[in-house]
Design a protein around this ligand. Structure first.
Ligand SMILES: [Zn+2]
Length: 308
């Protein structure tokens, strides 16, 4: 073959490899003990994930184990999660406190309390327990509070876990469960379909920002929750993402992208995407936030139903 053709072909191939989009799935508020008894002591989300062969990192609130009377069953549920080969366990505090409200002493005690069981289980299944995620992604109210906790985390060999994409699945889940309880499966299915459509819009939106900022697709980290909605929909969502060219990687792999070694520029308490936190220009951040996919209607409906 002509050398020029070989060079062109390898360039095209190279570009194709770089154009490959990758995402790590992370699931918060594990284990969901509230819906566990009504689902016959079976995690529908876990069963769904078993069939998907996609790596996931789960962020555990051990306090959830004591939320119902079924403590031994709930403890077993936690073990079921941790023992899966495709699951990486992480700490999400014991009781899901907001750091900026709780303050350093209470919050760090809650971090330590939050890994007593999961650390033993992680060791049993030969896994590290190194990832930590802040509840509400509230990293502290100012730079001083943020610096203090980052020091604590590194002294305790924890890595603060970022995310780049989330789609308020907890809002959609509230409506989804509400409609199911009403026996309105049509509205429940519509809500699930809208969750998938909006999530795909969020993926495109954040990919377009990183394309603009870095000239390429970065390794994304998607944040969602252990809930009925994802038990229903995560397989469909993953299928659509595959069709968009995404492949699914571990959190370890995602974090190798150099974007994650950038300093965070935002020092407030609000839990938005790291894509925004890396921006030094506050006006640019705010103007991009206003262009996010619109879920105002869903959010208003959620607020109205919650008042009832
Ligand atoms: Zn959470």
């Amino acid at each position: 073959m002509n050398r020029l053709i070989v060079t062109i072909l390898s360039l095209i191939l190279c570009q194709h490899i770089h154009a490959q989009k990758q995402v790590a799935i992370t699931i918060d508020d594990i284990p969901n003990t509230t819906i566990y008894p009504e689902n016959g002591f079976r995690s529908r989300l876990l069963s769904k994930l078993d069939s998907l062969s996609v790596p996931v990192t789960v962020f555990i609130n051990e306090g959830l184990i004591y939320n119902t009377e079924f403590v031994p069953e709930n403890t077993d549920l936690l073990e079921q999660w941790i023992k899966r080969d495709y699951v990486t366990p992480g700490n999400h505090t014991f009781s899901h406190l907001r750091y900026s409200d709780a303050g350093f002493d209470v919050f760090t005690a809650d971090i330590s309390k939050g890994d007593s069981l999961s650390r033993k289980l992680a060791e049993k299944y030969h896994k590290p327990l190194k990832y930590f995620r802040f509840p509400y992604n509230d990293l502290g109210k100012d730079s001083l509070q943020q610096m203090k906790i980052q020091t604590f985390l590194s002294e305790n060999s924890y890595i603060s876990t970022p995310f780049t994409i989330e789609s308020s699945d907890w809002v959609f889940n509230f409506l989804y469960e509400y409609y199911l309880k009403q026996g309105d499966t049509t509205e429940a299915q519509k809500t699930a379909a809208l969750y998938i459509a909006k999530t795909l819009e969020y993926f495109d939106f954040f990919d377009s920002i990183t394309q603009m900022q870095y000239g390429r697709s970065v390794n994304q980290i998607y944040l969602c929750h252990d809930n009925s909605l994802n038990a229903c929909c995560i397989g469909i969502l993953i299928q659509h993402l595959k069709e968009k060219g995404y492949s699914f990687i571990s959190l370890d792999e995602a974090m190798k992208d150099e974007v994650y070694s950038q300093p965070e520029q935002y020092t407030g308490k609000w839990g938005f995407s790291w894509v925004y936190r890396w921006m030094s220009d506050k006006n640019e951040r705010q103007s991009l936030m206003q262009k996010e996919p619109d879920i105002t209607d869903i959010y208003e409906l959620y607020q109205n139903l919650r008042k009832k």
